[in-house]
Design a protein around this ligand. Structure first.
Ligand SMILES: [Zn+2]
Ligand SMILES: [Zn+2]
Length: 76
């Protein structure tokens, strides 16, 4: 399915074919759909680890009224 991504591993900084792992967060953000996910590009030798921080783009409307705007969603 598609081309194998190629580039630098996030962990060991080797250049080569990459594996992509997504970590999902139960937040309905503006940057991802349908929920926030962090994309990790890493080589086949390094296991992806859940990142210690993530950048989320949110609408101020959701931050001001997270309950009614359904800021938090259940992951499938
Ligand atoms: Zn690596
Ligand atoms: Zn997002």
């Amino acid at each position: 399915m598609g081309d194998m991504p190629y580039g630098q591993c996030k962990y060991c900084y080797q250049i080569g074919p990459l594996r992509i792992t997504y970590f999902s967060f139960p937040i309905k953000c503006e940057c991802c759909s349908p929920y926030h996910a962090e994309r990790i590009e890493h080589c086949s030798k390094c296991e992806a680890r859940i990142p210690t921080e993530t950048k989320v783009h949110l609408s101020t409307k959701k931050v001001l009224d997270p309950i009614h705007e359904n800021l938090f969603i259940k992951l499938p």
